[in-house]
Design a protein around this ligand. Structure first.
Ligand SMILES: Cc1cc2nc3c(=O)[nH]c(=O)nc-3n(C[C@H](O)[C@H](O)[C@H](O)COP(=O)(O)O)c2cc1C
Length: 647
């Protein structure tokens, strides 16, 4: 008890210092996203898990595990009897938020010497929560799609938005928003949840620590937020909530989840994750484009055999591919590090293994990279290099890092001798890449999965560069080789159940991928199926031209194309849509058509959105405000669905 009190007192002092750093948090409210159907509960998500490696990063074993009675037992042990309950709610699309939530729980549990009882839960199961029993809620939530909450988090957001949930009036909360600055709506879901928690709790509610918006997997910033939460909790614990023993009602609810074991054991698609991928065999690889000029697009069609994995997908889902770095680039990096590769990195693997599998060699961490470099340079032997590293540490121009990979930076500091265990500190973690699935299990076979891959090649600083995953798939994986993959469900992107409902698909470039699958499934649909496709040149990069034209000839598809560079004036899909404005308006406004957009988020999706609004204004006689409300309603009714990404 004395230890706990000492810990509380120390925390109070730090909080005073921390408070002065708090900034005013802007409340950002999101527009409504599509409302997916409720997903089936997964047993693994009931686990208050304790499979986090002590003191280290979570192992990822949870998602990989099939639920068992043994794991269920472990779950109950996770919470400490009598500790102050802390509910860590995560909202995830690809699993990172869950990883962070587990690490947070572990940090709070070990650091609080039993005074806190952290429990981790997927937002999907929010109905199990008795809000009056939860004084502290920590939300860890990523943003997905074009700035929307993850699909599992949608039902919880719906309840909060509608005001149907009443939180404790004295709720203590904080939000960690995970995202990526490359997207236009950075961390929008986390911001939204923070605004909702504030609105739905009472006057006495308090934010424990300022929300932190995380750019990619920046563990440095994540752990700084953990620290702030930890410090704040100590004081709040003492003042607001006391140390009375709390009964953990959640354990009782979770015991009832035991019935789900059999259910989950059958859901093998969930068994494969980025940490435990399935090795699918490449069975088809063929070009979809012809390169006439050097900057012409290069796109390949790939088919993978899912073998006996049991993975079952539906059109609209995506496939995660876990890439490997290019061996030549790994060799170049090792040479620049003056290492052979057999040295031990911090992560318990050799430096070569780390560089091949886990390092994003293009995505450096400036805040640590230049610090490591400065520490590895002597003031006496290399004063100029050391000074330059220190200077970049304080202020690295964004263009400096955009143009350089790790080896390029290292080569500018030839005198640096970096300790092997510090290599992982310089780069961000290599992430899987997600590809919309371009096949239909019904038409192309349920073990086959097709991808449409735009191969990325470019030049910076006089060197040819390669996109990590696209060149891995296009150049280094050959027929009959295996590729590590996992399924990423996308319930926000689904065909209407009733095939009499017309659909309008807008998918230029590789945005065509899910629509190849949709069109295949709709061959015999009763409703109209329209596809707007665009690319630069009809003769060079009209993806899947033969099969699309054939479907159009057979009357299975209405195909509208726009080739931007085949004439002097730029001409895109949105122009083609405006030409068919009256028809599109009738389809959407009178016949209940579903509209789908897939592809580039920054330009295309924005311009298509504008075109849709113009069409509705001009042909349905709506004013600007009515048009906004109309579009929001379309989204809410899942009649306007987008699967977009930043290229
Ligand atoms: C398809 C896709 C769309 C995304 N959209 C956004 C976005 O709109 N805003 C944002 O800040 N981050 C966006 N991200 C980045 C994710 O939020 C980020 O990678 C996060 O760490 C993922 O966490 P999770 O694995 O828990 O879902 C997107 C990522 C993907 C793959």
């Amino acid at each position: 008890m004395a230890g706990v009190l000492l810990w509380l007192a120390a925390g109070m002092m730090v909080l005073v210092a921390l408070r002065s750093l708090w900034l005013t948090v802007q409340s950002v409210l999101m527009g409504g996203g599509g409302r997916p159907a409720r997903k089936k509960r997964r047993f693994e998500d009931y686990l208050l898990d304790d499979t986090v490696a002590p003191g280290g990063a979570p192992t990822g074993a949870v998602s990989a595990s099939i639920a068992s009675a043994e794991l269920l037992e472990q779950a109950y042990r996770f919470a400490n009897d009598g500790g102050l309950p802390v509910l860590i709610l995560y909202g995830t699309e690809y699993g990172f938020s869950r990883e962070v939530a587990y690490r947070l729980a572990e940090t709070l549990r070990t650091a609080s010497s039993g005074a806190l009882s952290p429990r981790v839960m997927n937002m999907l199961h929010f109905e199990l929560i008795q809000w009056s029993e939860e004084p502290v809620v920590l939300v860890v939530c990523s943003t997905t799609g074009d700035g929307v909450v993850p699909s599992d988090a949608r039902p919880f957001a719906d309840q909060l938005e509608s005001g149907a949930l009443t939180l404790r009036p004295d709720l203590h909360y904080s939000v960690l928003a995970l995202g990526d600055k490359g997207y236009p709506h950075f961390c929008r879901a986390g911001k939204h949840f923070e605004a909702l928690l504030r609105e739905r709790s009472g006057q006495q509610a308090a934010r424990l620590a300022e929300r932190s918006d995380i750019d990619q997997e920046d563990w440095h910033a994540i752990e700084a937020w953990f620290g702030s939460v930890q410090q704040a909790l100590r004081v709040e614990l003492l003042h607001a909530l006391g140390l009375q023993p709390h009964r953990d009602y959640l354990r009782d609810s979770i015991v009832k989840g035991g019935a789900m074991i059999a259910d989950l054991a059958n859901d093998v698609s969930r068994k494969y994750t980025k940490d435990n991928p399935y090795w699918a065999t490449m069975v088809v690889k063929r070009p979809l484009t012809v390169q006439v000029e050097p900057d012409d697009k290069e796109t390949v069609h790939i088919e993978l055999d899912l073998g006996d994995s049991g993975i079952r997908y539906v059109p609209g889902d995506a496939l995660g591919v876990v890439p490997r770095n290019c061996p030549a680039e790994v060799r170049r990096t090792l040479a620049a590090l003056h290492m052979s590769g057999i040295e031990q990195a911090e992560s318990g693997e050799t430096v070569r293994e780390f560089l091949e599998r886990r390092a994003d060699l293009k995505n450096l961490r400036p805040e640590l990279l230049f610090r490591v470099l400065a520490d590895s340079l002597s003031d006496v032997e290399a004063p100029a290099e050391r000074q330059r590293a220190s200077q970049l540490w304080t202020e690295a121009p964004p263009s400096y890092l955009r143009e350089r990979e790790l080896a390029d930076v290292l080569l500018e500091f030839p005198s640096a001798r970096i300790a092997p265990h510090r290599v992982p500190q310089m780069v961000r973690a290599l992430q899987p890449r997600f590809y919309s699935i371009a096949s239909s299990p019904v038409v192309h076979g349920e073990r086959r999965v097709a991808l449409t891959v735009a191969v990325v090649r470019y030049r910076t600083l006089g060197r040819d560069r390669q996109g990590v995953t696209t060149c891995y798939l296009a150049d280094r994986v050959h027929l009959r080789d295996t590729v590590p993959v996992f399924l990423s469900r996308n319930p926000n992107f689904r065909l209407p159940v009733d095939d009499a409902v017309p659909i309008v698909m807008i998918g230029p470039g590789t945005g065509i991928a899910p629509f190849r699958a949709f069109a295949a499934e709709r061959r015999t649909a009763r409703g109209r199926t329209l596809l707007f496709f665009g690319s630069r040149h009809r003769e060079r990069d009209f993806l899947y031209r033969d099969e699309l034209e054939e479907m159009a000839r057979r009357g299975e598809l209405e195909l509208y194309t726009a080739f931007s560079r085949d004439q002097s004036q730029k001409y895109y899909v949105q122009h083609r849509m405006l030409e068919r404005a009256a028809d599109l308006c009738t389809l959407i406004d009178r016949q209940g058509a579903y509209v789908y957009v897939c592809g580039d988020a920054l330009h295309m999706a924005r311009d298509v959105d504008k075109a849709l609004r113009t069409i509705l204004r001009e042909h349905a006689g709506l004013n600007a405000a009515d048009t906004d409300a109309y579009m929001e309603r379309l989204e809410r009714e899942a009649r306007y669905q987008r699967d977009v990404w930043v290229e």
